[in-house]
Ligand binder design. Structure first.
Ligand code: CA
Length: 222
């Protein structure tokens, strides 16, 4: 699961963003000032920072410039109420990866978040395109799946679910997180589709690959 840091002092906006991101299977942490944003952005715990420019203790642009000045490469999406082009240009030149002007629709922010997370996960070399755990390997480019040297056919959903497990080996993922991540809004939370598909993956990739963590969800054995 991707972890997002949100630096926004207006609780209404922070809650709006957080609720939407959580519903889309992302993990979120909200901070309300520049000091905490700076500390947590450098913790290595996050995949993306959503940074409001108007923070109470320090201007968001200063946060941005300081982080980049220190060599921090965390993707940053700037939120700005200043919709004049000068602020935007300054924001981007200060090292933001993208910006969203308030007021914005959640879908617009989500689309930009997804682009940044995809860029971050984009494989940088050929080796990175193959995820391997034990005997199972997934080629993210060709979508070929192998167990040992045996090719396996997975449906598109099965592939995404398998990829999610292989990206986070050993980490417990709840049904809700998996549902949001793989199926999005198409199924209601009461659906047992996750359990059904975990069953499919066990059949195709090996019975002991994914373990059930009682009351919590599933985990890929490492
Ligand atoms: Ca603000």
């Amino acid at each position: 699961m991707s972890r997002l840091l949100i630096a926004e002092d207006e609780s209404r906006i922070a809650a709006f963003i957080e609720k939407g991101l959580k519903a889309n299977g992302l993990l979120t942490t909200v901070v309300t000032n520049a000091h905490e944003a700076m500390l947590l952005a450098q913790s290595g715990e996050f995949d993306l920072l959503i940074l409001d420019l108007g923070l109470p203790d320090q201007d968001g642009l200063t946060v941005l410039e300081t982080l980049r000045g220190q060599g921090e490469r965390l993707p940053i999406i700037v939120l700005t109420a200043r919709d004049d082009i000068h602020a935007k240009v300054a924001g981007l030149e200060g090292g933001a990866d993208d910006y969203v002007t308030k007021p914005f629709r959640f879908e617009e922010l989500l689309a930009r978040v997804r682009v940044q997370l995809r860029n971050r996960q984009a494989p940088s070399s050929k080796e990175d395109m193959v995820l391997t755990i034990g005997k199972v390997s997934l080629n993210l480019r060709t979508r070929e799946v192998q167990v040992g040297n045996r090719p396996i056919e997975l449906s598109a959903r099965e592939f995404i679910l398998a990829e999610t497990f292989l990206r986070y080996p050993g980490q417990v993922m709840s049904r809700e997180q998996l549902l949001n991540h793989v199926w999005g809004y198409e199924y209601d939370p009461g659906s047992n589709i996750v359990d059904v598909y975990v069953g499919y993956l066990r059949k195709k990739l090996g019975n002991d690959l994914i373990e059930t963590v009682r009351g919590m969800g599933y985990r890929l054995r490492t």
